[in-house]
Design a protein around this ligand. Structure first.
Ligand code: MN
Length: 293
């Protein structure tokens, strides 16, 4: 039996004022989510040796978890729960917005010359999206080798290695790293759909050659992933049970109706208490843009 042809979701690089390149591959015009994963930004690598680096002022979230993963450099996270946390490569920041949270992200004053990483969002299912906001920093994650790949388990279970990160629907996320060129086979769950995106280097899945900037979508029903990785390749594999709920997203909010999104924007701009306050960030909070409807 041949698996359906994978779908290439190629993002358009955006270069920000500070020279940071960001490529968003999810959501895309052709695909809104993979499991509950609903957003993927790949940022950098960018040379921050002679500048402040990342500066994302206080902004709110609802209806989601944010997942931050670094390949190079460090980011200082502050949030309205009082968390102040530096994240480094190999570590996981997992923030659960629940009914409302706000946070900021910045390069610490003393930072590495290069910044490179990814930020992803996971939609909270309806039953959990009005829960308590929480923040977790996981300094140690399961890391193991399999078929020549070094696999770090960000979330969920990969070959029995289970991340400590708390999620609210069946899903997984892992980084695959090939020190030397290698073919590899990973078992997949047939009830999950998957996406694989290269962050550095190159790998091949089926007949698809992948480089940074493209997320390859794999429909549910596959039992395994056959890949060939080039030396030095690093890729993210995400997967989960296809969503049955229809998400609406605007700015930093994930909800179900336009009314909810409009209200979240208006509430944030009016300083509503349920988003809390971020203290200590050296700059201005961000303003929610007015929705187009
Ligand atoms: Mn954010």
């Amino acid at each position: 039996m041949t698996a359906p042809t994978p779908q290439r979701l190629t993002g358009k690089p955006t270069i920000l004022g500070d020279g940071m390149t960001i490529v968003r591959t999810l959501p895309s015009a052709r695909r809104r989510s993979i499991g509950a994963w609903c957003f993927l930004d790949h940022f950098g690598p960018v040379d921050v040796s002679t500048q402040d680096g990342l500066r994302v002022g206080p902004h709110p979230h609802i209806g989601l978890q944010t997942v931050t993963w670094l390949l190079d450099g460090e980011i200082l996270h502050r949030d309205s729960l009082g968390s102040v946390q530096v994240i480094r490569p190999g570590q996981l920041n997992l923030m659960t917005s629940g009914c409302g949270i706000s946070h900021s992200e910045e390069s610490p004053p003393e930072h590495s010359p290069s910044l490179h990483g990814a930020q992803l969002w996971i939609a909270l299912p309806d039953a959990h999206r009005f829960g308590e906001p929480t923040f977790a920093h996981h300094a140690e994650l399961p890391v193991f080798t399999h078929d020549g790949l070094r696999i770090s388990v960000l979330l969920g279970d990969v070959l029995g290695h289970v991340s400590p990160g708390q999620v609210f629907s069946p899903l997984m996320g892992a980084e695959l790293f090939a020190d030397a060129a290698t073919p590899a086979t990973l078992p997949l769950r047939a009830d999950f759909e998957y996406g694989i995106q290269v962050l550095t280097g190159r790998l091949q899945v089926d007949d698809e050659v992948l480089e940074p900037g493209t997320l390859l979508y794999l429909e549910a029903g596959r039992e395994q992933l056959n890949l060939i990785a080039d030396a030095g390749c690093r890729a993210l594999l995400i997967g989960g049970e296809p969503l049955t709920e229809t998400l609406l997203m605007w700015w930093n909010f994930v909800a179900r109706t336009q009314g909810e999104l409009s209200m979240a924007c208006a509430d944030w701009n009016a300083g509503a208490k349920y988003f809390g306050d971020v203290t200590g960030y050296p700059g201005q909070r961000l303003e929610a843009p007015r929705p187009p409807w």
